[in-house]
Design a protein around this ligand. Structure first.
Ligand code: URA
Length: 207
């Protein structure tokens, strides 16, 4: 079993936050271990929770169209989410849920070492650039210690607000050009994973 498969198994059995109590299935992610592009969404919805696969509902259909429009196939890319378990009623993930899941995402990035990370929506963008608004960054390649990041709006935004569709489609059309650019760059060295903090060692009293 590869390290990524082992990580997927670990995520499927994860009990690190309360989302494990309401999920049907955890959704670790899917795609080739050597994928050049990693898409990171927000979190599983109803269909994803049922099928244990990311982006299989309406937003997923649109994401697949966008990937195809960029001359790629879904099977070429790795797709995952900030949180791996569905928040009840599809509410936004809470800061403690995002934090509990962050080591899983960091490990996925470390194992796959994608040339390009495409963030989908503001929660995903905030993992890399927490203070930057998506309205300013979308469609623009950014460099982060964890890799090359291309922020995009979440595909579900087009399903809720019709005028977003054209903007998202336009951003995705730039994907081949951005990919060509990052192929010429050196990948950053893998970042050490954050180790859960331990209580301070007992100080020996000198008095
Ligand atoms: N929305 C997401 O952010 N992720 C999914 O997997 C599905 C819908």
């Amino acid at each position: 079993m590869s390290e990524l498969q082992a990580l997927h198994q670990q995520i499927s059995a994860c009990l690190d936050c309360s989302l494990c109590k309401t999920r049907t299935h955890a959704v670790p992610g899917e795609g080739p271990e050597n994928a050049e592009i990693m898409f990171i969404g927000e979190g599983p919805g109803f269909n994803e929770d049922q099928q244990a696969r990311p982006f299989v509902g309406a937003a997923g259909k649109f994401l697949e169209q966008l990937i195809t429009s960029a001359g790629l196939r879904r099977s070429d890319v790795y797709i995952t989410n900030v949180v791996k378990c569905r928040p009840p009623q599809n509410r936004d993930p809470l800061p403690e849920e995002i934090e509990a899941c962050s080591n899983h995402l960091d490990r996925q990035i470390q194992l796959i070492r994608p040339r390009l990370i495409v963030t989908l929506g503001r929660y995903s963008l905030a993992r890399f650039f927490p203070r930057e608004p998506i309205g300013r960054l979308h469609g623009q390649l950014r460099t982060h210690a964890k890799g090359n990041v291309l922020p995009m709006y979440h595909p579900a935004a087009a399903l809720h607000a019709g005028n977003m569709r054209g903007i998202i489609e336009q951003d995705f059309r730039r994907l081949p050009e951005v990919l060509a650019e990052v192929r010429n760059r050196r990948l950053p060295e893998p970042q050490p994973l954050a180790v859960p903090s331990e209580p301070p060692a007992q100080q020996m009293s000198l008095f």
